[in-house]
Design a protein around this ligand. Structure first.
Ligand code: CA
Length: 225
Protein backbone atom coordinates (compact mmCIF):
# COMPACT_ATOMS: atom_id res chain seq x y z
CA UNK A 1 0.00 0.00 0.00
CA UNK A 2 1.31 3.42 -0.94
CA UNK A 3 0.22 6.62 0.76
CA UNK A 4 0.84 10.29 0.04
CA UNK A 5 1.14 12.45 3.14
CA UNK A 6 1.00 16.25 2.78
CA UNK A 7 1.76 17.89 6.11
CA UNK A 8 3.79 21.05 6.72
CA UNK A 9 4.67 20.34 10.34
CA UNK A 10 7.88 18.41 9.80
CA UNK A 11 7.88 16.73 13.19
CA UNK A 12 4.34 15.35 12.82
CA UNK A 13 4.96 14.43 9.17
CA UNK A 14 8.17 12.55 9.90
CA UNK A 15 6.72 10.65 12.84
CA UNK A 16 3.64 9.60 10.83
CA UNK A 17 5.91 8.49 7.99
CA UNK A 18 8.07 6.48 10.36
CA UNK A 19 5.04 4.83 12.00
CA UNK A 20 3.44 3.91 8.68
CA UNK A 21 6.71 2.54 7.31
CA UNK A 22 6.80 0.14 10.25
CA UNK A 23 3.38 -1.08 9.07
CA UNK A 24 4.89 -1.80 5.62
CA UNK A 25 3.07 1.19 4.15
CA UNK A 26 5.15 3.14 1.62
CA UNK A 27 4.91 6.88 2.20
CA UNK A 28 5.63 9.80 -0.12
CA UNK A 29 5.90 12.98 1.88
CA UNK A 30 5.31 16.60 0.85
CA UNK A 31 5.66 19.52 3.26
CA UNK A 32 3.92 22.01 1.01
CA UNK A 33 0.53 22.07 -0.75
CA UNK A 34 1.56 22.62 -4.38
CA UNK A 35 4.16 19.84 -4.27
CA UNK A 36 1.55 17.63 -2.63
CA UNK A 37 -0.97 18.38 -5.34
CA UNK A 38 1.59 17.69 -8.09
CA UNK A 39 2.42 14.29 -6.57
CA UNK A 40 -1.26 13.46 -5.95
CA UNK A 41 -2.17 14.18 -9.55
CA UNK A 42 0.82 12.47 -11.20
CA UNK A 43 1.51 9.36 -9.08
CA UNK A 44 -0.86 6.55 -8.12
CA UNK A 45 -1.64 6.18 -4.42
CA UNK A 46 -3.94 3.96 -2.42
CA UNK A 47 -4.66 6.79 0.00
CA UNK A 48 -3.90 10.50 0.34
CA UNK A 49 -3.58 12.17 3.76
CA UNK A 50 -3.90 15.96 3.59
CA UNK A 51 -3.34 18.46 6.34
CA UNK A 52 -6.11 21.08 6.31
CA UNK A 53 -3.84 24.15 6.53
CA UNK A 54 -0.81 24.07 4.26
CA UNK A 55 1.44 26.64 2.60
CA UNK A 56 0.97 26.84 -1.17
CA UNK A 57 -2.38 25.10 -1.48
CA UNK A 58 -4.57 24.02 1.43
CA UNK A 59 -5.77 20.46 1.96
CA UNK A 60 -9.40 21.06 1.01
CA UNK A 61 -8.44 22.78 -2.26
CA UNK A 62 -6.16 19.86 -3.16
CA UNK A 63 -8.97 17.42 -2.47
CA UNK A 64 -11.50 19.45 -4.45
CA UNK A 65 -9.18 19.73 -7.46
CA UNK A 66 -8.43 16.00 -7.43
CA UNK A 67 -12.14 15.17 -7.42
CA UNK A 68 -12.73 17.61 -10.29
CA UNK A 69 -10.05 15.69 -12.21
CA UNK A 70 -11.93 12.46 -11.51
CA UNK A 71 -9.25 11.24 -9.14
CA UNK A 72 -11.15 9.16 -6.58
CA UNK A 73 -8.26 8.06 -4.39
CA UNK A 74 -9.53 7.98 -0.78
CA UNK A 75 -8.64 11.19 1.07
CA UNK A 76 -8.21 11.62 4.81
CA UNK A 77 -8.05 15.22 6.05
CA UNK A 78 -6.05 16.16 9.16
CA UNK A 79 -6.93 19.32 11.00
CA UNK A 80 -6.08 21.24 14.13
CA UNK A 81 -9.60 22.57 14.28
CA UNK A 82 -12.41 20.51 15.68
CA UNK A 83 -15.40 22.57 14.58
CA UNK A 84 -18.21 20.60 13.05
CA UNK A 85 -18.35 23.11 10.16
CA UNK A 86 -14.84 22.15 9.17
CA UNK A 87 -15.85 18.53 8.99
CA UNK A 88 -18.88 19.31 6.82
CA UNK A 89 -16.72 21.47 4.57
CA UNK A 90 -14.18 18.67 4.22
CA UNK A 91 -16.74 16.06 3.29
CA UNK A 92 -18.40 18.49 0.84
CA UNK A 93 -15.07 18.85 -0.91
CA UNK A 94 -14.87 15.13 -1.50
CA UNK A 95 -12.83 13.97 1.50
CA UNK A 96 -13.62 10.45 2.74
CA UNK A 97 -12.70 10.92 6.38
CA UNK A 98 -11.52 13.48 8.85
CA UNK A 99 -9.17 13.33 11.84
CA UNK A 100 -8.66 16.08 14.41
CA UNK A 101 -5.21 16.83 15.82
CA UNK A 102 -3.82 15.81 18.20
CA UNK A 103 -4.55 12.16 17.51
CA UNK A 104 -3.00 8.88 18.60
CA UNK A 105 -1.06 7.09 15.86
CA UNK A 106 -3.24 3.99 16.41
CA UNK A 107 -6.30 6.09 15.59
CA UNK A 108 -4.75 7.25 12.32
CA UNK A 109 -3.78 3.70 11.43
CA UNK A 110 -7.31 2.44 12.16
CA UNK A 111 -8.78 5.13 9.87
CA UNK A 112 -6.30 4.29 7.10
CA UNK A 113 -7.16 0.60 7.29
CA UNK A 114 -10.89 1.36 7.34
CA UNK A 115 -10.55 3.56 4.23
CA UNK A 116 -8.51 0.90 2.45
CA UNK A 117 -11.26 -1.64 3.17
CA UNK A 118 -14.09 0.45 1.75
CA UNK A 119 -15.34 -1.38 -1.33
CA UNK A 120 -16.39 1.80 -3.14
CA UNK A 121 -12.76 2.81 -3.31
CA UNK A 122 -12.01 -0.40 -5.16
CA UNK A 123 -9.16 -0.97 -2.72
CA UNK A 124 -10.06 -4.37 -1.33
CA UNK A 125 -7.84 -6.00 1.25
CA UNK A 126 -7.82 -9.54 -0.16
CA UNK A 127 -6.59 -10.01 -3.70
CA UNK A 128 -6.77 -13.31 -5.60
CA UNK A 129 -5.13 -14.31 -8.86
CA UNK A 130 -5.42 -18.00 -9.70
CA UNK A 131 -4.44 -19.88 -6.53
CA UNK A 132 -2.39 -16.95 -5.23
CA UNK A 133 -3.91 -14.75 -2.55
CA UNK A 134 -2.63 -11.64 -0.82
CA UNK A 135 -4.12 -9.93 2.21
CA UNK A 136 -3.03 -6.28 2.26
CA UNK A 137 -4.11 -5.81 5.89
CA UNK A 138 -2.52 -8.86 7.51
CA UNK A 139 0.33 -9.06 4.92
CA UNK A 140 -0.40 -12.75 4.41
CA UNK A 141 0.51 -14.23 1.05
CA UNK A 142 -0.49 -17.77 0.12
CA UNK A 143 -0.29 -19.92 -2.95
CA UNK A 144 -2.16 -23.23 -3.09
CA UNK A 145 -2.84 -22.62 0.62
CA UNK A 146 0.86 -22.55 1.40
CA UNK A 147 2.15 -19.53 3.30
CA UNK A 148 4.80 -17.43 1.51
CA UNK A 149 7.11 -15.04 3.34
CA UNK A 150 7.98 -11.85 1.46
CA UNK A 151 10.10 -8.82 2.29
CA UNK A 152 8.23 -5.51 2.40
CA UNK A 153 9.42 -4.47 -1.10
CA UNK A 154 8.57 -7.88 -2.58
CA UNK A 155 5.14 -7.59 -0.98
CA UNK A 156 4.60 -4.08 -2.36
CA UNK A 157 5.58 -5.13 -5.90
CA UNK A 158 3.36 -8.21 -5.77
CA UNK A 159 0.41 -6.18 -4.45
CA UNK A 160 0.88 -3.61 -7.24
CA UNK A 161 1.01 -6.37 -9.90
CA UNK A 162 -2.05 -8.14 -8.43
CA UNK A 163 -4.10 -4.93 -8.32
CA UNK A 164 -3.38 -4.60 -12.05
CA UNK A 165 -3.90 -8.25 -12.99
CA UNK A 166 -3.37 -8.91 -16.70
CA UNK A 167 -2.00 -5.43 -17.37
CA UNK A 168 1.59 -4.71 -18.39
CA UNK A 169 3.40 -2.57 -15.85
CA UNK A 170 6.68 -0.91 -16.82
CA UNK A 171 9.71 -0.90 -14.56
CA UNK A 172 9.27 2.86 -14.16
CA UNK A 173 5.67 2.40 -13.01
CA UNK A 174 6.78 -0.22 -10.52
CA UNK A 175 9.61 2.01 -9.26
CA UNK A 176 7.33 5.01 -8.82
CA UNK A 177 4.69 2.97 -7.00
CA UNK A 178 6.92 0.92 -4.74
CA UNK A 179 9.75 3.29 -3.83
CA UNK A 180 9.57 6.84 -2.50
CA UNK A 181 9.76 9.44 -5.26
CA UNK A 182 13.11 10.67 -3.96
CA UNK A 183 14.75 7.24 -3.92
CA UNK A 184 17.35 6.70 -6.63
CA UNK A 185 16.32 3.31 -8.01
CA UNK A 186 17.58 1.81 -11.27
CA UNK A 187 15.41 -0.38 -13.51
CA UNK A 188 17.83 -3.27 -12.81
CA UNK A 189 16.69 -3.22 -9.20
CA UNK A 190 13.17 -4.07 -10.35
CA UNK A 191 14.55 -7.06 -12.30
CA UNK A 192 16.32 -8.25 -9.18
CA UNK A 193 13.16 -8.03 -7.07
CA UNK A 194 11.05 -9.70 -9.78
CA UNK A 195 13.62 -12.52 -9.65
CA UNK A 196 13.18 -12.83 -5.88
CA UNK A 197 9.40 -12.90 -6.32
CA UNK A 198 9.58 -15.61 -9.00
CA UNK A 199 11.68 -17.74 -6.66
CA UNK A 200 8.97 -17.49 -4.03
CA UNK A 201 5.71 -17.25 -6.01
CA UNK A 202 6.31 -19.36 -9.13
CA UNK A 203 9.32 -21.70 -8.81
CA UNK A 204 8.14 -23.72 -5.77
CA UNK A 205 4.74 -24.27 -7.42
CA UNK A 206 5.75 -26.10 -10.57
CA UNK A 207 2.40 -27.88 -10.83
CA UNK A 208 0.67 -24.50 -11.18
CA UNK A 209 1.10 -22.10 -14.10
CA UNK A 210 3.67 -19.33 -13.62
CA UNK A 211 1.98 -16.04 -12.72
CA UNK A 212 4.75 -13.50 -13.33
CA UNK A 213 5.40 -12.87 -17.01
CA UNK A 214 8.14 -10.77 -18.60
CA UNK A 215 6.92 -8.73 -21.55
CA UNK A 216 10.18 -8.03 -23.41
CA UNK A 217 10.85 -4.36 -23.96
CA UNK A 218 7.83 -3.33 -21.89
CA UNK A 219 7.79 -4.67 -18.36
CA UNK A 220 5.91 -7.28 -16.38
CA UNK A 221 2.44 -8.71 -16.22
CA UNK A 222 0.84 -10.90 -13.58
CA UNK A 223 -1.87 -13.38 -14.45
CA UNK A 224 -2.68 -17.06 -14.84
CA UNK A 225 -3.25 -16.74 -18.60
CA1 CA B 1 -0.62 22.67 8.79
Amino acid sequence: MKVLLVEDEHKIANSIKQGLSQENIIVDLAYEGTTGYDLASSESYDLIILDRLLPGMDGLSICKKLREMNNHTPVLILTAKSQIMDKVEGLNNGADDYLTKPFAFEELLARIKALARRPRNSVSDILNVGNLSLNSTSFEVKRANKQIDLSSKEFAILEFLMRHEGKILTKDQIISHVWNYDADILPNTVEVFIGYLRNKIDKPFSSSKPLIHTVRGFGYRLGDK
